[in-house]
Write a protein that binds this ligand. Structure first.
Ligand code: VGL
Ligand code: ZN
Length: 197
């Protein structure tokens, strides 16, 4: 078994005070740092949107957290967040980013959001992460980070569909929990064969 820790979007905008703050988002940082040494590889993801991204409510003159119909399906419209190069897009200052083997950015396509670390929200455009993991012989993943019900959930389900053994360490994740999204994510992950630990 070759086991990677996949740290999802531990960025300022998802922490208290950020543009899309997740309650307790910063509480998990120390625990994530402490786990890094237990793995064969550490990969970080970074939500990385251009200004005016199509997932931003402001781009559509709509209210944050309303829904839009995109060519690839329904999409939550978020407050502006994780704009490329901004302080909000930077990793939490205490996260030990020097320990990362790879940092993979996602959501840079102006027309398509990307919750998953593996595929954009059209469910077909790959980010390249699968190839990186496979060529390194990694077969098992443990996911931690933000947010449980969006980017962790989508990444975990895609990883399981791709045939990786997937764990989500729920104690090292925090959720947005919008409109029942956390419960839906938990059952969706379990149905996909993801182990919630
Ligand atoms: C995320 C909403 C929008 C996440 C990213 O990291 O869970 N959620 N962009
Ligand atoms: Zn985003």
């Amino acid at each position: 078994m070759t086991h990677a820790l996949l740290v999802i979007d531990v960025q300022n905008d998802f922490c208290p005070g950020g543009a899309l703050a997740v309650a307790g988002g910063d509480d998990i940082v120390a625990g994530i740092n402490a786990k890094m040494a237990d793995f064969d590889a550490v990969v970080l993801t970074q939500d990385w949107h251009p200004a005016g991204h199509s997932s931003f409510a402001s781009t559509h003159g709509a209210a944050p957290m309303s829904m839009a119909e995109m060519p690839y399906g329904p999409q939550v419209l978020w407050p502006d967040h994780c704009i490329q190069g901004s302080k909000g897009a930077a990793f939490h200052a205490d996260l030990q980013i020097d320990r990362a083997d790879l940092i993979i950015r996602k959501g840079y396509n102006p027309a398509i959001d990307s919750y998953s670390a593996f595929f954009e929200n059209d469910k077909t455009t790959p980010t390249g992460l699968e190839g990186y993991l496979r060529t390194r012989g990694i077969d098992t993943l443990t996911l931690v980070g933000l947010a449980t019900d969006f980017c962790v959930n989508y990444s975990a389900v895609d990883a399981a569909k791709l045939g990786f053994n997937v764990n989500v360490d729920m104690a090292l994740c925090r959720a947005i929990d919008f409109d029942g999204s956390l419960n839906a994510a938990k059952s969706g992950m379990q149905d996909a064969g993801v182990k919630l630990i």
